[in-house]
Design a protein around this ligand. Sequence first.
Ligand code: CP
Ligand code: NVA
Length: 318
Amino acid sequence: MSAVLKMGGADRAPPRHFLEIMDHDPATLRRMLELGVQAKRGAVAGRPLAGKTVALIFEKPSTRTRVSFEVGIRQLGGDAIVLSSRDMQLGRGETPADTARVLSRYVDAIMLRTDNVAKIRELAEHATVPVINGLTDVSHPCQIMADVMTFEEHRGAIAGQVVAWTGDGNNVAQSFIQAAARFGFILRIATPPELAPPVTLIEWARTQGARIELTSDPVAAVKDARCVVTDTWVSMSDEKPDAGAINRHNLLAPYQLNQALLKRAAPDAIVMHCLPAHRGEEITDEVMDGPHSVVFDEAENRLHAQKGVLLWALGGAG
Ligand code: CP
Ligand code: NVA
């Protein structure tokens, strides 16, 4: 995009942010997924992101998000700049608002992985280019887009199917709750009561018609489920010095996704995990490497699903 165009902006359409699954209606989310599936099939013509640059900002470590975004943007003909907030003024106090105002003059979209959802909201409020959520302490929407894509590749339409979550009611679980409302699957969540997802989010999802069942019993959650999902017992945001008051390993041990628990699911259940996995903790080797596991398809689909998000946000696709 030319510098002249960058200096204007007042008359431009509002940017297409992708901050939370809940921000979008089912048709828009479906459009993003369709675009991702087309990209995966090689059916996206030309270089739709040619001449566009995306800033990828990380406040926390990443393997999948970093590499899948960078590779995906390049494959669509665009450029990516990977930035660590530690090397930016953002890391020493420049506000997300000012960072947004400045970066909007240079780049065509911004992806942020942050410890604090308030930062990405502030960034989006002040950016004139699309802002994409690459994980916060309370959400991971790109992951869940890939997860829905993966379920549907393996088992067909997700609407009406039972998905079971066992473990911590963390950021990934919270995006699953949003997705249950938008994609129409039944979500059963088993967590220790201390680590249950926020009541306000569950209430929101139910007002949207979501079918969400909460329990502290992983066996009850998993019974006959077509998909069983878990995630780490200690998320990156739990590594803050003030986050260690409860012993997560003791609380979460009964929620391990092992062969005995998986046997309670539907015979053709698939197993998902956003990765990185802590083998022997939230998931056993036997399950992770077993015939029900689709975790590496799921990791691959980050690439394709995010292409769908990028094409929707930047590519002029409807
Ligand atoms: N699942 C996921 O977001 O992985 P990374 O932390 O490696 O990006
Ligand atoms: N819940 C994990 C997901 C990592 C991709 C975390 O936030 O660390």
